[in-house]
Design a protein around this ligand. Structure first.
Ligand code: SAM
Length: 216
């Protein structure tokens, strides 16, 4: 539970989550047992829904962890060519590789061992969907580069923008998270005030922000 919604709402939505894919469920369970942060169940359903509408061919993900969300997206996207996913943690990427092999998705999901920002400034691909789920304090920096890699009608989805409710409520704010929360708040306000973008905050999971170009 992440203090975004009333607990009973989160519990209700989580109880409705159905995952018939035992291999995926095993990765979710392993991540939860080892305190490896992966997308919330409601976020998973939402991502799958957006992907079913958008039908992205190329996806960029910042923050691979053990490859869970990359696998979810690869399985949901019917016409996917490539998912580039980036993480600076080598151990995570080793686990991600094992997981991706189990799904025979190594031709689709490309693992990049790099700092997310360094990756963004070096990449020359264009993407239909960019999923930002790496260092929360860096979202503005990520966004400013990611937008250059986004196709005209592409979507950027940022996870954790409400960060356990702390972004919306000072009473929840933990001292050591103050800088991250300040940066997330600034990022959200900047996007909301920028006429170039259409955006929406969706208060499920840990809070998602969807952004696309205005009039795209
Ligand atoms: C929340 S986890 C990603 C979860 C994954 N998207 C999923 O749902 O399965 C965040 C990941 O971002 C990575 N990360 C944090 N800061 C980073 C940075 N500056 N560059 C690249 N990766 C970073 C961490 O190592 C961690 O694995």
């Amino acid at each position: 539970m992440v203090d975004i919604n009333y607990e009973y709402i989160d519990e209700y939505i989580d109880d409705l989550y159905i995952n018939k894919n035992e291999k995926l469920l095993a990765i979710r369970n392993m991540a939860e047992e080892n305190h490896i942060p992966i997308i919330e169940k409601a976020t998973e359903d939402f991502l799958k829904f957006i992907i079913s509408i958008k039908d992205p061919k190329n996806i960029l993900e910042l923050g691979t962890a053990v490859g869970y969300s990359a696998i979810v997206m690869a399985e949901a996207a019917k016409n996917i060519n490539l998912i580039n996913t980036v993480d600076k943690n080598e151990n995570m990427l080793k686990m991600a590789k094992e997981n991706i092999d189990k799904f025979s998705l190594n031709q689709i999901i490309n693992l990049n061992y790099m700092d997310a920002y360094d990756y963004l400034v070096s990449d020359e691909n264009k993407y239909d969907l960019i999923f930002i789920d790496a260092a929360k304090g860096q979202y503005q920096k990520y966004f400013d580069e990611a937008i250059n890699l986004l196709n005209d009608d592409g979507i950027i989805i940022c996870d954790n923008v409400l960060f356990k409710g702390m972004v919306a409520n000072n009473d929840l704010l933990k001292r050591r998270k103050r800088t991250i929360v300040k940066r997330l708040r600034e990022f959200i306000v900047n996007i909301k005030n920028d006429d170039r973008y259409l955006s929406s905050i969706v208060p499920i999971g840990d809070g998602l922000m969807l952004v696309r170009r205005n009039n795209a």
